[in-house]
Design a binder for this molecule. Sequence first.
Ligand SMILES: [Zn+2]
Length: 449
Amino acid sequence: MIRAARMVLPIVLLLAAFASGQTGSPSVAPSSNSGATQSFDVKAAVDAYLAKMPAAERARSDAYFEGGYWMLLWDFLVSVFVMWLLLRFRWSNGMRNLAERITRFRPLQTALYWIQFIVVTSVLTFPLTVYEGYLREHKYGLLNQTFGLWFRDQMVGLAVGLVLGAVLMVPLFGLVRRLGKTWWVWGAALMIVFFAFVGLISPVYIAPLFNQYKTLEDAKVKDPILSMARANGIPATNVYEVDASRQSNRVSANVNGFASTLRISLNDNLLNRCTLPEIETTMGHEMGHYVLNHAYKGLVMIGVVIVIGFAFLNWGVSFALVRWGERWDIRGITDVAILPLAVIVFSLFFFLATPVTNTITRTMEFEADMYGLNAAQQPDGEANVDLLLGEYRKMDPGPIEEFIFYDHPSGRTRITAAMLWKAEHPERALPEEVARPMFQNRVTNPGEI
Ligand SMILES: [Zn+2]
């Protein structure tokens, strides 16, 4: 979503990552010698769950997810290349000159530059966007949309990026012009406030542009969920259903919003494909995000990364200006034409910081998993949902791979946590969940576009 904005503002990606959380984790080692586990072999139970995933399904998921590691690199390289084009051929200062000819009012100049910038970069990166967001997703059977519908979502995303980007860029360059050397500290603060602002308006003004949200109505599902919500001190009206099937078959749920707009949403794929114990454990997880205040803690932790990022930005931009500023005809850090350079430096920072930002979200996701296990008490339901998430997330990575690339815990990590919990609560075992085949209702045609 909002892919155009993502290419130019890696930050928006971070926002999306922590605003639409789902489940995460540091690794847990199964221990076989604690008192209650003697009659239950955790490792064997985990392996039995993993074996429920057919080999072909596993191979597809692994290929998709590992391909995503390369996409991370390609996104970075293509973004840098496009920004370099803008600098090298002076398109950036051409856009600035045009903005200056249209108006003498500097905030408006910044906004006009931004509009040209996001349109030009979106066009130049469009082939990669189509490959990554449309062709590749279809190849792995993860997208339901025709090209027309998909393209419509891209255009909406571009419009959102255009407006939100201007909301950020105009005051940011205003700060740079007024505050001189300390601009980067205030710039970081502004960015953090911007995040909170986008989080606040997202459920009400942005998410409905892409999907329909309505309150959950089915009493068979709603009643147990509302019961669990009351037991966990959560306002009952905060449970929504979203038509995620408009885009894909992915099973998911999330907590989004900020402060007064914070809400829990279940997607319709989850409701259609999962049993009540599976839905309950997912809701328990989302309630964990809510009760543990992950939206605020995430903002603080990502905020620290942003401050460091701005310090790096300040250094990197000064470094490059001394060397190439004249050749690119950039007047200094107060000149909006510097934006492509700033994107290069910022992209480099967040590319290198990927394991850090992933670990921040993965750790909160694992906390939410533990909360969900205790709230819903459905370890077998949890393990089955973890298998479904394995349709788009490699189930069984190595520990370093998980540390670097996973913004949620891997399937093995999560199922292990569920089985450790089950070992201590044998009365909560559900044999029908253990026996339930999970990949029979896969409705996509891999390879078909
Ligand atoms: Zn989560």
